[in-house]
Write a protein that binds this ligand. Structure first.
Ligand code: NAP
Length: 304
């Protein structure tokens, strides 16, 4: 990552201890400075998947975090570290989320599964008093609202972030700023061909932010003659077009193109490896233990 970003947070870990964690993203994208007085116990749901195994590797490298549970439909009975391509961690992959949570008593459950599984997993975690950190995209709006209510009612903190890459969060923030000056915009999101939901959660969230920032504006384009269905992308909130590209070789990328009189402005973010999401995931794990409600969007953890 080429940016320097700093976030300093204070949080209380309920129950046993009160601690201060100072976290800072440096040029390495790591969190080099902190004082850790307790170990945060983490279970990963989707631990054998692309993102879940990256999270397992990140937790194994990170002081102050301990992997205590791993859930997936693949790699059953195998060590989660081995499934993730590193040394054994002494945690066996299970397909029983509820049993894993009650048997290992994690503080936090990280979920990178699928749009159909995520809401149920989060409800199970909250029911067991375990704080969900949700990276899975494509959750239904009603499910998200219900999780918010459940979190507020139980006091079990939740973090939901459609994009844990700090660069993507900054790109959304810059898009919000640009929309005030360039209300006409189209979004192109590009992902690997294994992604099941389209458009991406990040594209939808960017569209929402642009819509809100530009206010009343009806985007028009002369496109009444189209020779292929969907060639102009999907139409979102007041005319913002979203185009989804799916190709092998891609990871997660997005470009927002703004058009004005005689000029365009392009904002682009590229996650070229899944490591790009890890500083954000680790930050969310550390912060969710101090929350008593649901926070949606990494920006709400890192911006003042
Ligand atoms: P993936 O490689 O398919 O991994 C998901 C894993 O979860 C698979 O092994 C899958 O098994 C398993 N799984 C699904 N439902 C399950 C259930 N009910 N119980 C146990 N295991 C279950 O997918 P991925 O590329 O890691 O992506 C996962 C999610 O993260 C997607 O929604 C993606 O859009 C999102 N994502 C978010 C971010 C972010 O920054 N927030 C970044 C990248 C990706 P099966 O193969 O049997 O389904």
């Amino acid at each position: 990552m080429n940016y320097v970003f700093q976030a300093v947070r204070s949080l209380d870990i309920q129950d046993e201890h009160a601690i201060i964690i100072e976290s800072k993203f440096g040029k390495s994208g790591k969190i080099p400075e902190r004082r850790v007085d307790v170990i945060i116990r983490v279970a990963v749901c989707g631990a054998a998947g692309r993102m879940g195994s990256e999270v397992v590797r990140a937790i194994a490298r990170e002081d102050g975090l301990e992997l205590v549970g791993a859930v997936d439909r693949h790699g059953l009975g195998s060590d989660a570290g081995v499934v993730a391509g590193i040394s054994p961690l002494g945690v066996v992959v299970s397909d029983d989320l509820r049993g894993t949570l009650t048997g290992t008593a994690p503080d936090v459950m990280v979920d990178f599964t699928s749009p159909t599984a995520v809401a149920g997993n989060a409800r199970t975690a909250i029911g067991a008093g375990v704080r969900p950190v949700i990276g899975t995209t494509g959750m239904e709006a009603e499910d998200l609202a219900e999780l918010g209510r459940l979190s507020a009612k139980t006091g079990v903190g939740v973090v939901v972030a459609p994009n844990f890459a700090v660069g993507a969060v900054l790109m959304m923030r810059f898009a919000e700023m640009a929309a005030k000056f360039f209300p006409a915009a189209e979004i192109i999101e590009l992902h690997h061909d294994g992604k099941v939901d389209a458009p991406s959660g990040t594209a939808l969230k960017t569209g929402e932010k642009i819509s809100k920032a530009r206010g009343e504006y009806r985007q028009t384009a002369v496109d009444s003659v189209t020779k292929l269905d969907g060639v102009r992308g999907g139409c979102f909130n007041g005319g913002i077009r979203i185009h989804s590209v799916r190709l092998p070789g891609l990871v997660a990328h997005q470009e927002v193109i703004f058009g004005g009189l005689g000029q365009t402005l392009s904002l682009r973010h590229d996650s070229i490896s899944r490591e790009s999401f890890m500083p954000g995931v680790l930050l969310a794990i550390r912060q969710v233990v101090g929350l008593k409600e649901m926070i949606v969007g990494l920006e709400n953890l890192i911006f003042e």
